[in-house]
Write a protein that binds this ligand. Structure first.
Ligand code: HEM
Ligand code: HEM
Length: 181
């Protein structure tokens, strides 16, 4: 089968799906960088950085719920013509990205609750749900949170490279499906 050359218009994701895709990609990257650099913040800023990290993560859970609702009520534009194995890899990769976009922040949320943390954004706060559990119990949860975040970023990196490969080397319309007209 041949790919769709750059001159032929490609069916795109609608504006709402594109907004959700790009805003979540930016916020996931921000949450990841913030999570990894929290210890580098000066002591007066550290608590604020953790609260910002948790707030971004919670916003991501809400955005994901909206995105999954969109996905279940809309048919995404048909994929570019491609060998069956490539199409199957794209579907599998997208499903794994959805799974990790859920897993990483939910484990983070469980960790924060188990650590006896609430959320304090100054104007708005949520009190802790429970007393802090012992470190020995929460340390593995923090490690799962970190590994899920690494897996998400790794797969997102492969996914972004695949999108660039489609655009620059295969020269089909895959990337344009996710860009404003
Ligand atoms: C996609 C969303 C998220 C990503 C990519 C992410 C990523 C990370 C990373 C890479 C770390 C550093 C891990 C370590 O050093 O052990 C971290 C730490 C942490 N995350 Fe997340 N996280 C996300 C969402 C959340 C959410 C929703 C919460 C809770 C509401 C949360 C709570 C925490 C906490 C409490 C820490 C430990 C901070 C500290 O005390 O140093 N995260 N996160
Ligand atoms: C954290 C970063 C990212 C995540 C979690 C992510 C996740 C996803 C998911 C789950 C889909 C499937 C949408 C659906 O059909 O329901 C998708 C589609 C897409 N993404 Fe990303 N993405 C990220 C970053 C990027 C970047 C950086 C690029 C470009 C360089 C990109 C390009 C695309 C394109 C072109 C599609 C449409 C593919 C198609 O349906 O043929 N994504 N993305």
């Amino acid at each position: 089968m041949t790919s769709n050359p750059a001159s032929i218009p490609t069916a795109s994701y609608d504006a709402g799906a594109q907004f959700l895709h790009w805003s979540m990609a930016a916020l996931i990257t921000l949450a990841f960088v913030l999570g990894l650099t929290i210890d580098a913040f000066p002591s007066g800023w550290k608590a604020g950085a953790i609260e910002a990290h948790k707030a971004i993560g919670l916003a991501l859970i809400l955005l994901l719920a909206t995105r999954l609702t969109w996905r279940l009520t809309h048919r995404p534009p048909p994929l570019e013509p491609a060998p069956r194995l490539m199409t199957a890899a794209a579907h599998l990769g997208h499903a794994a990205l959805y799974g990790l976009m859920l897993l990483a922040p939910v484990i983070g949320l469980v960790y924060a609750i188990k650590r006896g943390q609430g959320l304090d954004l100054g104007l708005f706060s949520i009190p802790p749900f429970a007393a802090p559990a012992p470190r020995a119990e929460t340390r593995p949860i923090r490690e799962w949170h970190e590994w899920a975040a690494y897996a998400l970023m790794l797969l997102a990196g492969v996914h972004a490279l695949a999108a660039l490969w489609h655009h620059l080397i295969r020269k089909d319309g895959t990337l344009r499906r996710m860009l404003p007209r």
